[in-house]
Write a protein that binds this ligand. Sequence first.
Ligand code: 4AD
Ligand code: MG
Length: 505
Amino acid sequence: MHQYIRDLATHVDQSVTLKGWVANMRVSKTNIFIVLRDGSGFCQAVVSQDVVGDDAFEQAKRLTQESAISLQGNVVADERQMGGYELQVTSLEIYHVADEYPISNKEHGTRFLADQRHLWLRSRRQWAIMQVRNAIIVAIHDFFQGRGFVQMDSPIFTGNAVEGTTTLFETDYFGEPAYLAQSGQLYGEAMAMAQGAIYTFGPTFRAEKSDTPRHLSEFWMIEPEMAFYDLEMNMDLIEDFIKSVVAQVVNRCRPQLEMLDRDIEKLEKISKDFIRLSYDDAIAILKGEKEINGRNAIKIQEEEMAFAKMQIEKNNTEIAEREATIKGGVKKGVRKHNETRILQLRKEISDYEEALRNLPKWIESAKNFTHGDDFGNSDETVLTKVFDAPVFVYNWPAPIKAFYMKEVDGDPRYVKGVDLLAPDGHGEIVGGSERETSIEVLERKIKEHDLPMEAFQWYLDLRRYGSVPHAGFGLGLERLVRWICDIHHLRETIPFPRRYGRLRP
Ligand code: 4AD
Ligand code: MG
């Protein structure tokens, strides 16, 4: 029986066997320092010639990055080491000496890494993200199971659209057209009428040709649906749900989040109340016509521009000073230190320059936002910057939302839809609504949306037999992983991303 790195704390000063791969190694005259990874964590192991003997030491020298090994040794607690422990190896066994590994410690382009996804998954950062993804999945099930929701599996081959007809993947189903599910919601509504409260957790497909950091063509969605819920109760549930998942993940994945340089304090802050804005109010705030506690959306962007300009000047001055120091002739260590700092300052400058290119466009977009439009990416960012909590936007213009959303009482220009926007530019992570209960309204909407009435007869049955107020929402798993890990692109949030222009590996 071998042990796992994650359990080393319970084996201090004992002998253990660890099996894994060489993530990194450094050879000195009489010692080999191996960073071993075993899937449960990373740990430094020291192979000393004195201890293992000349033969084993020579064998170990042949190891390469990603070679597979078994190490026996003593566990020593050492604060300075990664994870807090070090293995002092007494003997080793080699399973396989790996060929030259394509992913080294230097920087690689994202395209290259995406092509190597089957190997890239082994990297420290990808490992941490997948650990967090797993913890999020567990937390989601814990939350709903704890509240008596029934998990349901909705079909993937479907006969009708849910979220508009432009993003359907069509396939051949024994000679008739079928679509890969865009959402399990309509089936979820049927199941909610049987079980009261349910949630789906499955793959969904969107044929959008959008190559953006927040679109996948195959993503995992969690779609709860609750009988006898209105919009308000829906928002309460979303808020409790997100807070509960974030708290559990922060609790269980602190080391992984630290590996990702996630600002954990920001995640802890979300225990405060979420903001709830109607679409109309959200627009007024976005356009800078309405202020919140003296905070003006447009002014915030202008201040950020001024700040970026100032920082660029400051960094340039510091770079000039450090370059002068280097020119003046200094010791190697001092030169290296200055060079590293200059690289960092240049990187900051390029980030500030990017902000200076983007912010004017964002301001333009926010100021010119027209009532009836959907929020663009930058609009969501500008709006959420006014607050330091996630933001709900509810009561949307009917024409830009799906046919099944309930009309606002007395004002059919609006529907009871709700989006939840995550902070720091992460944008929409949840979309939901209270559902239309009236069969007449639904029939009219199906016509207006140019959907085939016949395909929806089974759905309309839900309004013929015991129609009740009900509501639900959809959470995009990868969007949540992206926000919790604070990473830029969804391609890193799922093991093998399927997105526009990418089917392999
Ligand atoms: O807002 P959407 O389209 O809503 C629905 O599908 C409803 N049927 C949900 C419901 O009420 N049961 O999608 C819901 C969420 C979005 O907020 C987003 O997090 C995610 O699914 N999502 C995507 N994630 C990755 N790539 C895409 N192309 C996505 N499209 C939506
Ligand atoms: Mg949406």
